[in-house]
Design a protein around this ligand. Structure first.
Ligand code: NAG
Ligand code: NAG
Ligand code: NAG
Ligand code: NAG
Ligand code: NAG
Ligand code: NAG
Ligand code: NAG
Length: 499
């Protein structure tokens, strides 16, 4: 009797404790911005400020002194007008951020999930900071039977090389890896009949790239977390890696840990804003978070479902700043949402320095944002010396004879009909290349090598009898080209050493 009463008390006590902690966090938010957070009954939306977010803002990049147009960064000035670029057919996603209040609260409370002790300690095996990796050394050999790496030439540029036929590809079956592959990207399930595009691998020039294996990956990523943050092409890379690591086999060793990262489906949303899964045997977490602009999105009026959404070009996505401490490897990308069609469809309004930006030029905004996010993560590397951050260059589109919405096609099925070799420096994404230059953010440069693979897109193939809509010459069949991006990612991580 007594025991159960005591237990009841203990339960009550912990409930009270939890309440106190939560309230503290809310009050802390209040404290920072008293007029912008209000505690309303559950049924109503919380009024939440776009100005509050966890982590350091990218202030020093934008550094917008208000009311002094001459001191604005170039982008913030009222210059040229929009060019209307094309955008892919899956563009309408106005309800994407349907439940701002919940998302915001989750991000606000993210630190509650941290497991007390050592949560700040990173688990890369050695204490070598990323900026002191010896790029000239030749490392070979085996280490205690667990870590083995063999890198002949660490100065090599993985983006130069050629595609070569290889019967050991693909790494997984597109018909079987349905635990991780979206049906719409599993071309083996569609009416496509030619799969010769699956049997190639990327061979960098003048250097040996460590061969990928799921086992090696997991062993080296023991107790570690890899986060893809970006748009649907980032999601493709994430699904590809999940299949590569699991071999595409159904595995009950993998658990859903989305909740730890606030990745739950909000009421009324089509899907959560990301997914996180853990390979329990090695305690390795791989996750994807959908941030199409790599900037922070906040509704202008949180109580209005159809509110315009402020895209704060000078702030990192709050998810990233919130969970940065938990990540060991980050792969960022953006690109195909920087056009007027997507902005309108998503009700996005560009903000810099917390205010709407007079310059509506989308290309300049993209350049500004990519530079901002790279500078911001680069600045975080000082406090997170073992964190590896990659910026993945643009995934090329292949619409011929039109665009996504004007009958553009990618009908070729013959692999490498335009050539199989890349020799040029810095392939085709000057914005990304210039952003990472001079930083410790690594460049995952896949543009030119993917440029050669126009036959690898979803194209006109579908599962159900085709609707009248156009072809998808933006996303890739899986297995397919994004697998090679992951092989290169693995190769680059290995070349950095201590992986
Ligand atoms: C950011 O700017 C503030 C003043 O605007 C300055 O004191 C601080 O040193 C800057 N930080 C960095 C990392 O440049
Ligand atoms: C920006 O330019 C537009 C037209 O190009 C003009 O109507 C508007 O007043 C300008 N805004 C500012 C703040 O200069
Ligand atoms: C880098 O590698 C070279 C060649 O192996 C070696 O001589 C040098 O001492 C190394 N530098 C550091 C900082 O480890
Ligand atoms: C290492 O890579 C560089 C640049 O790709 C190349 O010039 C050099 O010949 C390579 N060295 C060896 C030993 O492979
Ligand atoms: C899993 O890894 C995390 C760090 O990423 C660590 O904090 C945690 O203790 C590990 N869990 C287990 C069961 O090893
Ligand atoms: C992984 O984490 C667990 C629990 O914190 C620890 O016992 C183990 O040694 C770690 N393994 C590695 C390789 O860091
Ligand atoms: C992109 O932004 C950087 C940093 O603000 C700037 O130096 C560069 O000139 C810009 N490039 C373009 C093409 O606008």
């Amino acid at each position: 009797m007594k025991g159960s009463i005591l237990r009841l008390r203990a339960t009550k006590l912990s409930l009270i404790l939890i309440t106190v902690v939560c309230t503290t966090f809310l009050l802390w938010g209040w404290d920072k911005s008293p007029f912008l957070v209000s505690l309303l009954p559950k049924s109503q939306s919380l009024k939440l400020s776009p100005d509050i977010f966890i982590g350091s803002p990218m202030k020093n990049i934008s550094a917008v002194p208000k009311k002094d147009a001459d001191n604005l960064p170039y982008f913030a000035k009222n210059e040229t007008s929009d060019k209307h670029e094309g955008y892919d057919k899956r563009s309408k996603r106005g309800d994407r951020y349907g439940n701002y209040a919940i998302l915001f609260l989750l991000s606000k409370l993210c630190y509650l999930y941290e497991d007390g002790e050592n949560s700040k300690e990173k688990l890369w095996d050695a204490s070598v900071p990323v900026n002191s990796v010896n790029t000239s050394s030749v490392v070979t050999g085996k280490k205690k039977g667990t870590v083995s790496y063999h890198v002949k030439n660490q100065t090599c540029d993985f983006s130069k090389g050629n595609w070569i036929a290889d019967d050991n590809r693909p790494f997984y079956s597109g018909g079987r890896c349905l635990q991780w592959l979206s049906e719409m990207w599993a071309c083996r399930l569609t009416d496509r009949t030619d799969f010769s595009f699956e049997k190639f691998r990327w061979q960098p020039k003048d250097c040996e790239m460590e061969e990928f294996s799921g086992k090696k990956f997991l062993r080296r990523m023991r107790n570690k977390t890899l986060a893809f943050i970006g748009d649907s092409l980032g999601r493709q890379q994430y699904q590809s890696l999940m299949c590569m690591v699991s071999g595409g086999r159904l595995s009950n060793d993998v658990i859903d840990v989305g909740k730890e990262y606030g990745l739950v489906k909000a009421r009324g949303a089509i899907r959560p804003d990301g997914w996180a899964h853990r390979f329990t045997r090695t305690n390795t977490t791989i996750l994807f978070y959908w941030s199409a602009c790599l900037c922070d999105l906040q509704p202008v009026n949180p109580s209005d479902k159809n509110s315009e959404v402020a895209m704060h070009l000078d702030r990192p996505p709050s998810f990233l700043s919130c969970y940065l401490d938990k990540f060991d490897v980050i792969v960022l990308n953006t690109g195909h949402h920087w056009n007027k069609g997507k902005f309108d469809g998503n009700h996005w309004v560009m903000h810099v320095g917390g205010v709407p930006n007079p310059n509506k030029n989308v290309a300049e905004a993209k350049n500004f944002t990519v530079h901002s996010i790279v500078k911001w993560v680069d600045s975080q590397l000082l406090q997170h010396p073992k964190l590896r951050v990659f910026y993945r260059s643009l995934s090329p589109r292949h619409f011929f004879n039109g665009d996504w919405n004007s009958g553009g096609t990618c009908d070729n099925i013959n692999p490498l009909s335009k050539g199989k070799e890349v020799l040029k420096e810095e392939s085709g994404d000057p914005v990304a290349a210039s952003a990472v230059k001079g930083t410790n953010v690594k460049y995952l440069d896949i543009t030119a090598l993917s440029e050669l693979r126009d036959e690898g897109h979803i194209s006109r193939y579908t599962i159900k009898p085709r609707q009248a809509s156009g072809q998808d010459c933006l996303h890739w069949c899986l297995p397919g080209i994004p697998d090679a991006w992951n092989e290169i990612l693995f190769g680059q991580l290995s070349a950095l050493g201590r992986f």
